[in-house]
Design a protein around this ligand. Structure first.
Ligand code: FO1
Length: 312
């Protein structure tokens, strides 16, 4: 079994690669829920949906979030009646939010709603939220504290980030099957997908018990750098690192995982960083443009994990 920790678009690409180079039912993808929010009365879980749609082959290939082959009658009509349209919700996507909201209001857990939706969309890997309790990423900027999607979408990541907080994390319980998997002797590797460390991976690590379980994990923990040559592939990772006073480098990201990281996959462009990274480094092409890139990087990660297992 492989456990993969993922945020949105970047992480979902590697999750898809993994699902195609191993038996998908042996893959457990644990998603960040710090980006979740209630909007227009709907409970929206962007990273869970991005991973679910990507694994189902339904994701919008241009932007990575939302669905392909969308129509926008809901948004157009909402605009006509003066509703909030800064967070773009396609007609097909809305159906998922409406059904998730109904089930959550009915008392179902986010895990069971996610399992139901994944089954309906034919997703073979298991997809779980990091917790069934609410955790909300908030960003302190020069303009004060912002809810995550206000920062990320409404303000297009333009405010300067001074601090991040994961509201509710201290009282959240890690998803039980997630923690059980980390302690499972049959676990072969934990893969930290190339998502933004601050807004996608660290909310998962902030849930009590997760970091400890990763430190204690008998299987190798291997991460893929979300930074290539000082730049993020997508999103505000490099900008955030600079604003938080860090050098936007692959090595600095590895430092944030240093208490549990065994392996680190970085791009050939960052070869010079090898000397400053404690974990065992594998050089690869980490930019995933094609499906073959996703599969090749997934194979590299699994091979690196196998080498680390043999060295134990
Ligand atoms: N990101 C945007 O930049 N603009 C949007 O309008 C937008 C809508 C949206 C709808 C559903 C969904 O699941 C994701 C959506 N995202 C949008 C992406 C989302 O903000 C990010 O994927 C995560 O929160 C960060 O990874």
């Amino acid at each position: 079994m492989i456990v993969a920790l993922s945020g949105g678009v970047g992480g979902a690409k590697l999750a898809l690669g993994l699902s195609r180079v191993m038996p998908p039912e042996q893959l457990l993808v644990v998603c960040n829920t710090g980006d979740d929010f209630e909007h227009l009365g709907l409970c929206i879980s962007p990273d869970l949906d991005t991973v679910m749609y990507t694994l189902a082959g339904l994701a919008n290939p241009e932007v990575g979030w939302g669905r392909r082959d969308e129509t926008w009658s809901f948004m157009e009509t909402l605009a006509e009646i003066g509703g909030e349209t800064w967070f773009r919700l396609g007609d097909r996507d809305v159906a998922v939010h409406v059904e998730r909201t109904r089930r959550l209001r009915d008392g179902q857990s986010l895990s069971s709603v996610t399992a139901y939706l994944c089954a309906k969309l034919g997703v073979a890997p298991r997809v779980l939220p990091m917790s069934d309790d609410p955790v909300r990423t908030r960003v302190r900027t020069d303009a004060g504290w912002l809810d995550f999607q206000d920062y990320f979408v409404r303000l297009r990541c333009e405010p300067v980030t001074r601090e991040l907080a994961f509201h509710g994390a201290e009282s959240a319980h890690p998803q039980p099957a997630f923690i059980a998997a980390l302690g499972d002797p049959g676990l072969q590797a934990v893969v930290i997908c190339p998502s933004n460390p601050f807004i996608s991976i660290e909310p998962i690590l902030a849930v009590p018990g997760v970091r400890e379980a990763l430190v204690a994990c008998s299987a190798p923990v291997i991460a893929v750098s979300p930074i290539i040559a000082g730049r993020a592939i997508k999103g505000p990772t490099a900008k955030m690192m600079t604003e938080l006073g860090m050098d936007p480098s692959a090595g600095v990201v590895a430092d944030r995982y240093s208490d549990f990281l065994d392996g680190y996959v970085i791009d050939h462009a960052d070869m010079a960083e090898v000397v400053s990274i404690d974990a065992k480094v594998t050089l690869a092409q980490t930019l995933m443009t094609t499906l073959e890139d996703r599969e090749a990087l997934a194979r590299t990660v699994l091979d690196a994990a196998a080498v680390l297992r043999r060295r134990r």
